[in-house]
Design a protein around this ligand. Structure first.
Ligand code: 3H9
Length: 655
């Protein structure tokens, strides 16, 4: 038979009696209605053709199947439904083997689970990431996976949503074999098992697991869920597989899937998913090619610079670090090497990659070494004179087409750019600490930044695996400006009668990993204090100003590192300090404020509103390109719970 077309996105060709079915639905071979219909038609064809002994299913391109089509969620469901397609595959008389060429995620993994065998290509990965979308697998994942790999491992995979590579999949029993050519191997397996009793996943008995191991696996997932519903539901369904027959288990799973799919949590996480895909895309950059970057200079190898160096090295770039003295250069190199070692010890890096990274690193005490750099990132002390002097000096060192990036948090990058001969090549790359771990990077589009310079910074940040958010010039950029508004509002409430511990408790109950006052203590109170003192003369006397943080600093309470801040840490953990309570009462009394009570709901509502209002101002000023970018900044940089969608999403659709 020549190639047959079963639908717009599904084709097949027969190779030695096996129908090789290929799903070609770019970009990720999602299981749209057309793909589902195509699979059904392919099965009809295989059933009707006496000379076809079996079926192999694979994906075109680098992905097997990326899952259900997320864009179809929220729309009326279209037949055939995925569970029915998988039921048909599992009960098909002829063998159906999955040839997993790339990622098999969500519904894609469920397709593989329903097949009678699974051959993993070297680039394959298996995962049920539904919890990351606020849902649970809806086509048998929670029932078939434990039948293949046991309850504890299935709890881990469905509860965390993590993907496994071929070797682990084979070890778990999820992949039958790893092959360089999974399609040929799958076709061979189909031929070999044709006519024999097939291994139908749904008919397997769930392996008996030790109760304590199951409990430990469940607790591990639940302890990280922090108020998010879907991980707990995934765990419940996997555990139920041990007690329920397949039919009942599938029915329970489907009902849970549908309930969660229509939940706020799922809507919020879908918003986050699409927000991440939209981030960093700007109409004005359409067709603009980034400049080529191979060698990156990093000036300053303190904690921030070293973190940036590690992220840059692990992305494959050559790095030239620069310090002011030989001693500082040696210390910087040690710091970077130490971070790479730590990444290796925690399994994030192999020894070979660490060695390759070190081979691509030089740290010198002479800025002249930066001459070959295509991009230079400064991570020196956040002082305007220091930075402008440096950029002026760089003008005389690097090529005219090299890009210069500043990692300033609070200074005006336009002023830094103005000090150089080529302000158009200056851009902001605001990393978050620790820069080798944190995904968020604000890419600052300065007044004079050339489009291809902005495109270069974005491409570079993406290559580092970061989540780059484009931002205009404003004090504190997107994140710190919203954070300031958030903190101001929290302080207003404390001055009006809320206790800091009540504010933190309300935020933590709502989903923040840490309340704002505890966060401030962790970051340290003295930097903001110094800034307030610098700005005191410029402050509008009519503007409301809460003096409590100043009083704390005057009392030597700089936060965690000094053992005391908004809380007392002398016992090793955060404790309410009567001295702080008294200090707050005195401050209220001095202003004649009669304290009033705040409910948790009011606290959270006011803080969300403060964030969203500041976000709206950033949009109106053109600093942020879209509301979803603001949500991503707060989620990835400031602990805003992803399953609440971010401040703009949460305030646009209040519960
Ligand atoms: C599920 O399966 C439920 C079932 O249990 C139950 C069913 C009954 N749908 O990420 P990329 C788009 S839930 C629609 O940049 P990469 C994406 O928006 C699903 N669209 O590519 C983007 O569009 P655009 C469980 C999707 O190569 C484009 O594809 N599955 C979907 O870096 C490229 O995306 C998941 O949660 C989708 N499922 O990474 C997997 N996936 O170009 C989610 C992607 O217009 N997907 N798009 O901006 C991923 O993790 C990654 O996309 C993947 C590829 C690893 C596949």
């Amino acid at each position: 038979m020549a190639a047959a077309r079963f639908s717009e996105t599904v084709t097949g060709d027969v190779r030695d009696g096996v129908l090789v079915v290929t799903i070609d639905n770019p970009p990720v071979n999602a299981l749209s209605a057309d793909v589902r219909a195509g699979l059904m038609a392919a099965l009809d064809h295989a059933k009707a053709s006496a000379d076809i002994v079996g079926v192999a299913v694979t994906g075109a391109g680098r992905i097997f199947i990326g899952g259900a089509d997320i864009r179809e969620f929220g729309k009326p469901p279209v037949e055939p439904h995925l569970p029915d397609v998988l039921d048909r595959i599992e009960n098909f008389a002829k063998p159906v083997i999955a040839a997993i060429n790339g990622a098999a995620l969500g519904g894609g993994c469920e397709v593989a689970l329903a097949c009678h065998g699974r051959i993993a290509g070297e680039k394959a990965s298996f995962g049920l990431p539904e919890v990351k979308l606020g849902i649970v697998p809806g086509a048998g994942g929670t029932q078939r996976l434990p039948r293949l790999i046991g309850i504890p491992a299935a709890i881990d995979m469905t509860g965390t949503g993590r993907s496994v590579k071929p070797e682990e999949a084979a070890r778990l029993g999820l992949a039958d074999k790893i092959a360089a050519d999974p399609v040929t191997e799958a076709a061979q397996l189909a031929r070999a098992v044709a006519g024999t009793p097939l291994r139908r996943t749904g008919a397997l008995t769930v392996p008996v697991a030790d109760a304590a191991t199951v409990e430990a696996a469940a607790n591990k997932v639940l302890s990280k869920a922090r108020g998010q519903a879907s991980p707990g539901e995934a765990v419940r369904l996997v555990r139920a597989a041990a007690d329920m027959g397949l039919r009942d288990g599938l029915a329970e799973e489907r009902a849970t899937f549908i309930r969660l799919r229509d939940s706020r949590e799922a809507a919020a996480l879908r918003h986050v998913f699409f927000a991440e895909r939209a981030a960093g895309k700007l109409d004005k950059l359409d067709g603009v090619a980034p400049r080529e970057v191979k060698t990156v200079g990093i000036v300053g190898t303190g904690l921030m610079g070293a973190g940036i160096a590690v992220a840059t090295l692990t992305a494959g770039y050559r790095v030239i670090g620069v310090e002011q003295t030989e001693e500082a250069a040696a210390a910087g190199r040690d710091r970077i090497a130490g971070m790479l070692d730590k990444a290796m010890q925690s399994g994030r890096l192999t020894a070979a990659t660490r060695d390759q990274c070190l081979a691509r690193l030089t740290v010198a005490a002479d800025a002249g070494e930066l001459a070959p750099a295509d991009l230079v990132i400064e991570a020196v002390f956040d002082d305007l004179t220091v930075k402008t002097d440096l950029f002026r000096k760089l003008d005389g060192i690097v090529r005219a087409d090299a890009v210069l990036a500043t990692n300033t948090s609070y200074l005006n990058p336009d002023e830094i750019a103005a000090a150089t001969a080529h302000p158009e090549r200056v851009v902001g790359l605001h990393f978050f600490s620790p820069a080798n771990i944190m995904r968020l990077t604000e890419v600052v589009d300065c007044k004079a930044t050339a489009p291809d310079v902005l495109a270069t910074a974005l491409a570079f940040a993406k290559k580092l695996g970061k989540l780059p958010i484009v931002c205009g010039v404003t004090e504190g950029f997107i994140g710190n400006r919203i954070y300031s508004a958030y903190r101001r509002e929290a302080e207003f409430m404390v001055e009006d009668g809320a206790e800091p511990q009540d504010v933190d408790a309300a935020l933590e109950a709502w989903g923040f990993p840490m309340g704002i006052f505890a966060v401030n203590d962790m970051a340290g109170l003295e930097i903001a204090w110094a800034k307030r003192k610098r700005q005191a003369a410029m402050r509008d006397p009519k503007e409301r100003y809460v003096e409590i943080p100043d009083r704390l600093c005057e009392a030597g309470r700089f936060g965690r590192k000094s053992g005391r801040g908004w809380y007392d840490y002398s016992s090793g953990h955060r404790a309410v300090d009567p001295q702080v309570t008294a200090l707050i009462e005195t401050a209220r009394a001095a202003k004649g404020i009669v304290p009033r009570r705040f409910s948790s709901e009011e606290i959270v509502a006011r803080l969300l509103k403060a964030m969203a209002n500041e976000g709206s101002a950033l949009l109106a000023e053109g600093i942020a390109a879209r509301a979803s970018d603001i949500d991503l900044v707060m989620i990835n940089g400031y602990g805003f719970p992803a399953y609440k969608g971010g401040p703009m999403f949460a305030s646009a659709s209040p519960s």
